[in-house]
Ligand binder design. Structure first.
Ligand code: 5GP
Length: 130
């Protein structure tokens, strides 16, 4: 069965899209740790990031770098933190989170509740910087 992220790629489930190329897709996390929290995924359904082959893994990280550079321009923050957890959705994803301090990327903390308009504004800013 297709993962929820494959359905997002196909447009069957809506998302706040950031960027896409032939192998990758980036969109805002719906339960963000911070404004701009973005997920970067390969289009290929592979559950565990370290099961990607070397070429796939390298290209995924390079795509995430481009997204992070756009986020740095769009969102005021000290840097973009990167995390891989993957316990919830069995489709490889890199979390990119704008951070100012270590606790900003603590996944146990309460997530932000943003309006549709806030998500749209953030996504547009990052897209424009991409
Ligand atoms: P993980 O698998 O890394 O533990 O967490 C999965 C992440 O995917 C969570 O941060 C969660 O908020 C996000 N997520 C789960 N379902 C959806 C969805 O349908 N849309 C979006 N944009 N994010 C999702």
């Amino acid at each position: 069965m297709a993962t929820i992220f494959s359905k997002i790629i196909k447009g069957e489930i809506p998302c706040y899209k950031i960027a896409e190329d032939e192998m990758h897709f980036a969109f805002l996390d719906i339960n963000p740790l911070a404004k701009g929290h973005t997920l970067v995924i390969p289009k290929k359904e592979v559950d565990y990031i370290f099961k990607l082959d070397d070429n796939e893994l390298s290209r995924l990280v390079l795509f995430a770098k481009k997204v992070a550079e756009a986020m740095e321009k769009a969102i005021p923050c000290k840097r973009i933190g990167l995390s891989v957890i993957g316990l919830e959705v069995p489709h490889t994803h890199i979390h990119l989170v704008p951070i100012n301090k270590e606790s900003d990327i603590y996944f146990g903390k309460e997530k932000l509740s943003l309006t549709k308009e806030e998500f749209e504004t953030i996504a547009e800013k990052i897209r424009d910087a991409f």
